[in-house]
Design a protein around this ligand. Structure first.
Ligand code: OGA
Ligand code: ZN
Ligand code: ZN
Length: 363
C-alpha cells in the first residue's frame, strides 16, 4: 500500500506529469497556491505490468477535488533524502593528520586530466575531506585559474582573478610578506565568501614557507562536544570582519561557526588578522571571547594540523568554508612564489554530480 503518512500536498507537489513539469527542462509549471485548498487522495490504484511507470511498479492517484491524475514509481516513494553536501553530515572529518586514513588525496595533473574516474576521486576528496593536491601542474602563469576551470569558475575579487603570493614591496596583506601566517580562512570579510581556494606553487626554494591545513569542522565538532556553551556563543554571535586598503573597504558580520537551520556545522570563518571590533553588551562579549579562545586553542593545536611543503608544480585545492590554511615564515631573501585564485563549491559539486552520472551510465 501507499504509506498512509505521506502528506497529500507533498505528493501532489511532486507530480511529474507533463502538465506539472515541463518535459524538456523538468522544471515545475505551477505555484503551490495553484493547488486545491481541500486537496485529498480521491482514488488510489496499484500499477504493475502494463500500467507500470516507465517499467517500474508504483501507484496512481486520482486527486480530489480536481480529478488530476498522478503516477509515482514505488522506488521513488521509498527514496530517502541525501544530506546537504555542504554540512558536516556529508563530510569525513579529520581531527589530525593521522586520521587521514588513506594518506593525502593526491594525483598528477596528467592523470587528473586523462581519467574521469581520477578527476572524480579528487573532486570528491575536496567535497568529503576538504582538499586535494595535484602534482606536476605546469609552471605557467595563470595555471591556478586553468585548474579551477576544469571543475568550475574563477571568482574575481579586489585581489584580481588571481593573486601572487610572494614578498611585495608594499603589501596590502600579510600574506604578501615573509612572515608566518597562522591557520585562517581567507576573506571572511566578504559575503558571499569564496568557498574554494587554489594555491599553485611556482617556486619554493626558501628556508621555511611550509604549509599546514586544519579541519575547522572537526575542531567545531570537538568544541560542541567539550563545551556546548562556547559552541552556542560562536554560532550565535555575528562577528565583524573587515579589510581595507587604499581602494577597498570590505566588511561583513558573520559568526565564526555557521550552522544550518538544523544546527549542523556548515561554515567556519577564522582569521585573527581581519577580525574587527565587536560592539555588544559586556555579557555577550565575554561569552564570545571565552568561546573564541576555546575554539582557537583547538584550531591552533599542532596535533590537528596536517603539515607539508608545497613544491614547484603542486596545486592545492581546498574548501575555504571548512579548512584553515597556514604557512611558516621564510627567509626574507628566499625565493618563494605561489599563484592563487578563488572559485566556488557549487561549481565543483555540480561537476561531481555530472561525473557520477556519467560513471553510472557509461555511453
Ligand atoms: C594566502 C595564504 C599561504 C602561503 O595567500 O591566503 O594564506 O602558503 N598563503 O603563502
Ligand atoms: Zn501532474
Ligand atoms: Zn590565506
Amino acid at each position: 500500500m501507499l504509506p498512509t503518512d505521506v502528506p497529500a500536498l507533498w505528493l501532489r507537489d511532486n507530480c511529474t506529469c507533463a502538465d506539472c513539469r515541463d518535459p524538456l527542462t523538468d522544471q515545475k509549471l505551477f505555484q503551490i497556491t495553484d493547488l486545491p485548498e481541500q486537496l485529498a487522495v480521491g482514488t488510489l490504484r496499484a500499477l504493475d505490468g502494463g500500467d507500470a511507470v516507465d517499467g517500474a511498479e508504483g501507484w496512481e492517484v486520482v486527486w480530489a477535488p480536481d480529478g488530476h491524475v498522478s503516477r509515482y514509481p514505488a522506488h521513488w516513494l521509498q527514496q530517502t533524502g541525501e544530506p546537504d553536501p555542504r554540512t558536516e553530515d556529508a563530510k569525513d572529518l579529520w581531527g589530525s593528520a593521522a586520521t587521514l586514513a588513506d594518506g593525502l588525496p593526491e594525483t598528477t595533473w596528467s592523470a587528473y586530466l586523462a581519467d574521469d574516474a581520477e578527476r572524480l576521486r579528487m573532486l570528491e576528496a575536496v567535497a568529503r575531506l576538504g582538499f586535494c593536491l595535484l602534482r606536476d601542474v605546469p609552471l605557467r602563469d595563470g595555471q591556478a585559474q586553468q585548474v579551477a576551470r576544469t571543475f568550475g569558475f574563477v571568482r574575481e575579487t579586489n585581489y584580481g582573478t588571481q593573486f601572487e603570493v610572494r614578498v611585495e614591496e608594499r603589501p596590502n596583506n600579510l600574506a604578501f610578506t615573509n612572515v608566518a601566517i597562522t591557520p585562517h580562512t581567507d576573506n571572511p570579510y566578504r559575503d558571499p565568501v569564496p568557498t574554494l581556494q587554489l594555491l599553485h606553487c611556482l617556486v619554493n626554494d626558501a628556508e621555511g614557507g611550509d604549509s599546514g591545513l586544519v579541519d575547522g569542522f572537526a575542531a567545531a565538532a570537538a568544541l560542541r562536544e567539550s563545551d556546548v556553551g562556547a559552541f552556542a556563543a560562536l554560532t550565535g554571535t555575528p562577528v565583524p570582519f573587515a579589510f581595507r586598503d587604499d581602494v577597498t573597504e570590505l566588511s561583513t558580520h558573520r559568526p565564526l561557526i555557521g550552522t544550518d537551520p538544523m544546527g549542523r556545522i556548515r561554515e567556519v570563518r577564522f582569521n585573527n588578522r581581519s577580525l574587527g571590533t565587536l560592539r555588544l553588551p559586556a555579557e555577550q562579549t565575554e561569552a564570545f571571547y571565552a568561546g573564541y579562545r576555546a575554539f582557537a586553542r583547538l584550531l591552533l593545536d599542532p596535533e590537528r594540523q596536517l603539515d607539508f611543503k608545497l613544491g614547484p608544480g603542486d596545486c592545492l585545492v581546498f574548501d575555504n568554508t571548512r579548512l584553515l590554511h597556514a604557512r611558516t615564515a621564510f627567509a626574507r631573501g628566499g625565493a618563494r612564489h605561489l599563484q592563487g585564485c578563488y572559485a566556488d563549491l557549487d561549481g565543483l559539486l555540480s561537476t561531481v554530480g555530472v561525473l557520477r552520472r556519467r560513471e553510472a551510465q557509461p555511453c
